[in-house]
Design a protein around this ligand. Structure first.
Ligand code: HGY
Ligand code: MN
Ligand code: MN
Ligand code: MN
Length: 382
């Protein structure tokens, strides 16, 4: 709990919750905190070519037992999504015997994609799931590229990309994470699946003009097809039992008295996401044409449904006497699942709310999570 308290004031967002994003100042403060805490526990911290932090307990080596999560947040995120997994891993190190195999606590870069738009950036780069050239060119809302941001954080962007050596060291990966949504009646659950999900950018191009001097018949206002697309998102998602969200909609230039020239909206779709996108694209194209606007749809990230290693999952449910839990949230563990046996532990969140300041976990459940993670790591470290 004192580790959580250490972070309570780092990267607070003006509107509530936290804003800690890839290579920004707040995340740098979180990284410094992690290095100090890892050092106190005799771990040696290395930064890999993609900015992921690896705190090794002894010599780095093959078939390592690796645990950890992320320290960045969504805009206005809660205190637990990410940090709880890192803090629980540090606390488990304080409690467990020295592992008989190489062991590391890892912190992944920009898991939320809150700054550069691609989720699980650090683990996708590590595994080669994201091409380095595309990654370097990603821009944040201020137009700063990932290459510039990484360089300013001391990560040379020239070398980002699949890291064969680092990846080959991971023998088993375990991530503890706060529960997102309601599903647990007991303090701890074991991850079973991660729903397929992706992010698409819908860019509507119209004609910027004066709000007062442009008669309606002369307008090509991209805000209209954008608005129709937002409403169609919910309608289409409900017909295919998907979860689809437009959480970000950006008119350009964004003046109250200016008909926007372009409007970008980002779709987050999960479960039958490609069906949602196909149907929604049709609606968006028709709406754009009706207003004399054009549309470009870009797939920014996608990952298929992931099932965590069944043998490892069953071993953990037996060891802990804990239930399995599917999730609609993406995780670095799901990216790594294609490369090594991977498992997740979830700690009960009585509000079920996440990606918002109301995200919560009781002290007693947090302690139960640390006890469970410690037992799992001890069991896997022989
Ligand atoms: O968006 C997600 O599902 C995860 O929290 N990055
Ligand atoms: Mn999250
Ligand atoms: Mn997370
Ligand atoms: Mn004027």
């Amino acid at each position: 709990m004192s580790l959580l308290d250490d972070l309570a004031d780092v990267g607070r967002a003006p509107g509530g919750g936290y804003a800690r994003h890839g290579f920004d100042r707040a995340e740098a403060e979180m990284r410094d905190w992690f290095r100090e805490q890892a050092g106190r526990r005799g771990l040696d911290v290395e930064t890999d070519r993609n900015g992921n932090l690896w705190a090794w307990w002894g010599t780095p080596g093959p078939d390592a037992l690796v645990t950890g999560s992320h320290l960045d947040s969504v805009p206005g995120g809660g205190a637990f999504d990410g940090p709880l997994g890192v803090i629980s891993a540090l606390e488990a190190v304080s409690r467990m015997d020295r592992p008989a195999r190489p062991f590391a606590v890892i912190v992944f870069t920009e898991e939320e994609g809150g700054r550069f738009g691609v989720p699980c950036l650090g683990s996708r780069l590590l595994t080669g799931a994201l091409a380095p050239d595309r990654a370097r060119a990603l821009r944040d809302a201020d137009g700063v590229t990932l290459a510039e941001a990484a360089a300013s954080a001391g990560v040379d962007p020239v070398h980002i990309g699949r890291d064969e050596e680092a990846l080959s060291r991971i023998g088993t990966f375990v991530e503890l994470h706060v529960e997102q949504g309601r599903g647990l009646d007991v303090p701890v659950g074991v991850g079973s699946t991660v729903i397929e999900h992706g992010r698409w950018r819908f860019s509507f191009m119209g004609e910027g003009n004066h709000a007062g001097t442009t008669v309606l018949g002369d307008r090509h206002d991209p805000m209209l097809p954008a608005a129709e697309t937002v409403l169609a998102t919910r309608r289409i998602a409900s017909t295919v039992d998907a979860r689809a969200t437009v959480g970000r909609l950006v008119p350009h230039p964004g003046g109250t008295n200016v008909i926007p020239s372009t409007v970008d909206l980002w779709l987050d779709a999960r479960g039958h996401s490609r069906d949602v996108v196909a149907e929604l694209t049709g609606v968006a194209e028709r709406a754009a044409a009706a207003e004399g606007c054009t549309l470009t749809v870009t797939e920014e990230s996608y990952s298929g449904t992931v099932t965590f290693d069944p043998t490892l999952r069953d071993r953990l449910t037996d060891l802990l006497g804990a239930p399995e839990l599917p999730t609609g949230a993406g995780h670095d563990a799901a990216v790594l699942a294609a490369h090594a046996p991977t498992a997740m532990l979830y700690v009960r969140n009585p509000t079920g709310i996440s990606h918002a300041p109301e995200e919560f976990a009781e002290d007693t459940d947090i302690e139960a999570g640390v006890v469970a993670l410690t037992r799992v790591l001890e069991s896997l470290s022989r």
